[in-house]
Design a protein around this ligand. Structure first.
Ligand code: AMP
Length: 567
C-alpha cells in the first residue's frame, strides 16, 4: 500500500544544471551557423559609416562570450559579483548576457533612460564591479562615474578606433582590446542552477528602485516556456527582431529563447524610429518581433505614410502596456501581422500571460475574436494566477469580477534583491499591483492598475519623485502627478499643483523648476493649478478621483517621450 512515509523511488536520469551557458553551448553546437545581425551603435553616431550592420554566427558569439568570461576573470570579477551594462540591443550586449552570467557573475542590465541619480543609486545598490556601456552613454557614465565607488573597471563597448580622445572616466577600458587579449580557451563552469544569473531593477510607486534577481534555472525555464506555440512560438525558421530593449527585463527573455530555438536574431541598436526599423525588417527578412505599443506606432505610421507593406513580417508580441485595439486592427487587417498580446512584469522575468484563440473560438465572428485577443491572455505553464478581493478572498473566473491579480511560479520573485521592501508575498503569491478579470476559459484582462506610476512609451515615470520635486518649490503647497492619455506615448505626466497662500508661480516657471532635476521624458506635459486635492480616509491623495476629473485634459504642447533622444 502507498504510504507517504515511503522513500520515493527516484528517477534514474542524468542531472544537468539548467544554466545560461548551456543555452549558448547548445546553440553554438547545434545551430552554429545561425546568424546574429546587429545595427552597430557607432552607425547612429557616425554618418556614412560603412558596414552599419555587424554579422556573425552563434558559433562566433560563443567564442567571443568565452573570451569575455576570461576578460572578466582577468579584471578580478568573481562568482556572484555584478557586471553592469548600459547598452542597446547589440551583439556585444548579447555576449555580456552569456559571458557574464555563464562565468558565474551576475549580469546587471541598467535602464539608461532613468535619471542619472537613479542610475548611480542602482549601480551602488547592486555594487557593480564592472560597468560596460555603449558609446551613446559615454556622457552619462562620465557624469556618474565619481559617484560609483564599487566600479573597478569602466568598459566602453567599442573598438579602439571609437575610443574617445579624452575622457573624465579614469582608466577607461576598450571592450575589443579586452577580448583581443584572450584566447578563448575557457570551459564554462558547472554552476548551481539556483545561483543568481542576472539582475534587473524595477521602479515602484514609493521609494527607490528594487532589484529582481533571476537565477539560471528561472531564466532557462522562462526561456523554454516562452518559446512554446501558445506563447511566442519561436522556431528555427524564424528571424526575430526584439525591439524591446535588452536593458529592460532581459528583452522579454528573447536573447535566451531565440538562441535555444536556433532562429536568426536581428538586434536594432539605438535606431528605433519607423524608417530604421522598417529597413531592418525588410533587409533581414524579419518574421517575428516584440515591443511596447509606442514602438509599433512609429513603425506603423511610417509604413502607412509611405504606402509600404511587410514582405516577411508575420507575427508580433505587444506588451508592457495595453495594446490599443486600433493598433491591433491595423496590424492584422492592413498588414496581415498576427498580434500576440503579452502581459508580465520585471518581477516575473517577465512573461505571465499571452493572448490567442482556442479552437472553439475559430467559428466566432471577427469582432468577438478580437475581443478575446485584446485580453492580456492565458497563463503560460509555469505561472499560476488568481484574482482576489480587498480581503484576499478568491474571486470567480467569470470574466466580470475584477480583483487584485496575484501570481506564483518558478520565474516569479520570492523576494527583492537584498530583501528590499520586506517580504512581498501574500500566502506564497506575488501581488502584481494590477487589477484584472479572468474569464471561464482562463483569459485574463487587466482592468486597472493599482499602482499610480505613469507609463510613457512602456517606461515607468515615478509620480512621487515628480511630486517631491514640485513640492520642493517654495511656492508649492501640494502636488500630485497623474497620467493623462497621450496618442503617441500612451500616457504622459500631468502635474496638479496647489499654490501656497499668497504665493505666485506659473506653468512655465514650474516646468523650468524640473530642468536638470529629472530625466527629460519625465517632464510633465502640463501643469494645472487647483484649489485643493482630494484626500482619502488614510490621508492620501485620491489619484483615481483626479484621473477621472482630468481624463479629458490634453497638454497644449508635448515634450520628448522616452523614445526620443535625450540619449
Ligand atoms: P514592468 O515591470 O516595467 O515590466 O511593468 C509591469 C507592469 O506593466 C504590469 O504590472 C502592468 O501594470 C503593465 N503591463 C505589462 N503588460 C501589460 C499589458 N499587456 N497590458 C496592460 N498592462 C501591462
Amino acid at each position: 500500500m502507498h504510504s507517504p512515509l515511503h522513500t520515493p523511488l527516484m528517477g534514474q536520469m542524468m542531472h544537468q544544471s539548467l544554466t545560461i551557458s548551456s543555452i549558448l553551448q547548445f546553440a553554438a553546437r547545434h545551430y552554429g551557423a545561425s546568424e546574429i545581425v546587429s545595427r552597430r551603435v557607432e552607425a547612429g553616431l557616425q554618418a556614412g559609416l560603412q558596414d552599419a550592420l555587424h554579422r556573425y554566427t552563434y558559433r562566433d558569439c560563443e567564442l567571443r562570450a568565452r573570451k569575455l568570461a576570461q576578460a572578466l576573470a582577468r579584471l578580478g570579477v568573481e562568482g556572484g559579483q555584478r557586471v553592469g551594462t548600459l547598452a542597446w540591443n547589440g551583439y556585444r550586449h548579447l555576449e555580456l548576457y552569456y559571458g557574464a552570467s555563464g562565468s558565474g557573475a551576475v549580469l546587471h542590465t541598467i535602464n539608461p533612460r532613468l535619471h542619472p541619480e537613479q542610475i548611480a543609486y542602482i549601480v551602488n545598490h547592486a555594487e557593480d564591479q564592472v560597468l560596460c556601456f555603449d558609446l551613446t552613454f559615454l556622457p552619462l557614465v562620465e557624469a556618474i562615474a565619481a559617484a560609483c565607488p564599487t566600479v573597478r573597471a569602466f568598459v566602453l563597448m567599442s573598438d579602439r578606433a571609437h575610443m574617445p580622445a579624452g575622457t573624465r572616466i579614469p582608466d577607461l577600458l576598450c571592450y575589443e582590446d579586452l577580448l583581443d587579449a584572450e584566447d578563448g580557451d575557457y570551459a564554462w563552469p558547472e554552476l548551481d542552477e539556483n545561483a543568481a544569473a542576472s539582475l534587473c531593477y524595477t521602479s515602484g510607486t514609493t521609494g527607490n528602485p528594487k532589484g529582481a534577481l533571476y537565477s539560471h534555472r528561472s531564466t532557462v525555464l522562462h526561456a523554454y516556456a516562452s518559446a512554446l506555440p501558445n506563447v511566442l512560438n519561436v522556431g528555427a525558421i524564424d528571424t526575430v527582431l526584439p525591439v524591446v530593449p535588452m536593458f529592460h527585463v532581459n528583452a522579454w527573455g528573447l536573447p535566451y529563447s531565440v538562441l535555444l530555438s536556433g532562429a536568426k536574431l536581428v538586434l536594432p541598436g539605438a535606431q528605433l524610429d519607423g524608417k530604421s526599423l522598417y529597413d531592418l525588417f525588410e533587409g533581414e527578412g524579419v518574421t517575428f518581433s516584440a515591443g511596447v505599443p509606442t514602438v509599433w506606432l512609429g513603425l506603423i505610421n511610417y509604413a502607412i505614410q509611405n504606402d509600404l507593406t511587410f514582405s516577411t513580417f508575420r507575427r508580433t508580441v505587444i506588451g508592457g502596456s495595453a495594446c490599443p485595439p486600433a493598433m491591433m486592427d491595423t496590424l492584422i487587417d492592413r498588414f496581415g501581422v498576427q498580434v500576440i498580446h503579452g502581459w508580465g512584469m520585471t518581477e516575473m522575468s517577465p512573461l505571465g500571460t499571452t493572448g490567442g484563440l482556442l479552437a472553439k473560438h475559430r467559428a466566432l465572428p471577427v469582432e468577438r475574436q478580437r475581443a478575446i485577443l485584446q485580453k492580456q491572455g492565458h497563463a503560460i505553464y509555469g505561472v499560476d494566477m488568481k484574482i482576489v478581493d480587498d480581503l484576499g478572498a478568491e474571486l470567480p473566473w467569470d470574466g466580470q469580477a475584477s480583483g487584485h491579480l496575484l501570481v506564483k511560479g518558478p520565474w516569479i520573485i520570492a523576494s527583492y534583491f537584498r530583501d528590499e521592501g520586506g517580504d512581498p508575498l501574500v500566502d506564497g503569491w506575488f501581488p502584481t499591483g494590477d487589477v484584472a478579470t479572468i474569464d471561464p476559459d482562463g483569459f485574463m484582462q487587466i482592468t486597472d492598475r493599482s499602482k499610480d506610476v505613469i507609463k510613457s512609451g512602456g517606461e515607468w515615470i515615478g509620480s512621487i519623485d515628480i511630486e517631491n520635486i514640485a513640492m520642493a518649490h517654495p511656492a508649492v503647497l501640494q502636488a500630485a502627478c497623474i497620467a493623462m492619455a497621450h496618442p503617441k506615448w500612451d500616457e504622459r505626466p500631468l502635474l496638479l499643483v496647489v499654490r501656497r497662500p499668497g504665493q505666485e508661480v506659473g506653468r512655465e516657471e514650474m516646468l523650468k523648476w524640473f530642468e536638470g532635476r529629472i530625466a527629460k521624458f519625465w517632464m510633465p506635459d502640463d501643469v494645472v493649478f487647483v484649489e485643493a486635492l482630494p484626500i482619502g480616509g488614510t490621508g492620501k491623495v485620491q489619484k483615481n478621483k483626479l484621473r477621472e476629473q482630468f481624463k479629458d485634459h490634453r497638454a497644449a504642447q508635448g515634450v520628448a517621450g522616452p523614445g526620443q533622444a535625450r540619449l
